[in-house]
Ligand binder design. Sequence first.
Ligand SMILES: NC(=O)c1ccc[n+]([C@@H]2O[C@H](COP(=O)([O-])OP(=O)(O)OC[C@H]3O[C@@H](n4cnc5c(N)ncnc54)[C@H](OP(=O)(O)O)[C@@H]3O)[C@@H](O)[C@H]2O)c1
Length: 341
Amino acid sequence: MGKPVNNRVMLRRRPEGLPKKTDFEWRTEGVPRPGDGQVLLRNIYLSLDPAIRGWMSPAENSYQPPIEIGEVMRGVTVGRVEETNNANFAVGDYVMGLNGWEQYSISNGQGFISKIPPHLDLPLSNFLGVLGTTGLTAYFGLLEIGGPKKGETVLVSAAAGAVGSIVGQIAQIKGCKTVGIAGGKEKCERLKTVFGFDETIDYKASGSIEEKIRSSCPAGIDIYFDNVGGEILDGALNCLADGARVVMCGAISTYNDETPTTGPSNLWQLLVHNARMEGFIVSKFVSEFPNAISQLGRWVSEGRLQHCEEFVDGLENAPDAFLRLFDGSHSGKLIVNLGRL
Ligand SMILES: NC(=O)c1ccc[n+]([C@@H]2O[C@H](COP(=O)([O-])OP(=O)(O)OC[C@H]3O[C@@H](n4cnc5c(N)ncnc54)[C@H](OP(=O)(O)O)[C@@H]3O)[C@@H](O)[C@H]2O)c1
């Protein structure tokens, strides 16, 4: 066996619109050595998330600095500690944290990195999906920002996706009526049969999205969990119930826009309905992650939370796989498999 190397995917140039393969660059380097206070991680799984598209653009009042040109692509990974100069981490610990599209990462053990609790006997990849930032986004966005009450109507966009599918199921656990929006017949079918949504809306089928929302939510929307922004947000704002909460989780329909998007035309509906719209970044709740992971893990073990992971083998396939987030051709949480456990 040859000496191990560190294959990495770098940002070659800033994308214009939808990213292209040529915006990325492949690089092979030696495996880095950890310095004082640092650990060397061997990455096992890499999470592909829509937010990475934002980090590829120049900084514009964002919550993360942009990835610099020539820098490694940023992403959340699950990895194993291979070497350590940090007393908080031992060789053999498995951790989840914000690292890079690379086989080996150096971490100083601070910021967004946490040990994977060994007592939760669930696959490591789950810590990027249902037990990772994806599940935690659904959990805190719905429960803390949305505040669901039994009998309320919860509308979710990108509902067949990684976050949306979990939002719908937690809403059901809380006794709400759930309506999921997804693209295409097949995804809408899965919303009902796999994730148990009460009603579905195919936003790609012909007809007005607002009319479809109105007919699925005749008493109005109590919580709209917004993953997409754009036209669907406009339609939902026109169908709010009194006291509604709009949870602003993401705006994927706008991430590849080359010119600034004009905002919703009807924000005044919030005042008409004494409603509230609130955005959040999941890291706001970092101190509460351990309890939330335990709760999500219990729901998974009890069979109350279904989740779907799609694996792509090999770091070299990460750029192509990343683009699938924007055409919806993946199912559930999209994860790149980087190698042996
Ligand atoms: N606030 C936070 O802390 C936080 C954390 C994680 C994720 N997020 C956000 O949550 C959202 C969902 O992320 P995810 O990881 O769960 O991704 P995902 O839902 O697994 O994948 C994205 C989905 O978005 C849908 N989509 C893509 N373009 C669209 C468009 N133009 N109009 C409507 N739908 C479109 C596609 O589904 P269809 O096939 O149904 O079109 C696609 O499958 C994203 O906006 C992401 O940025 C926020």
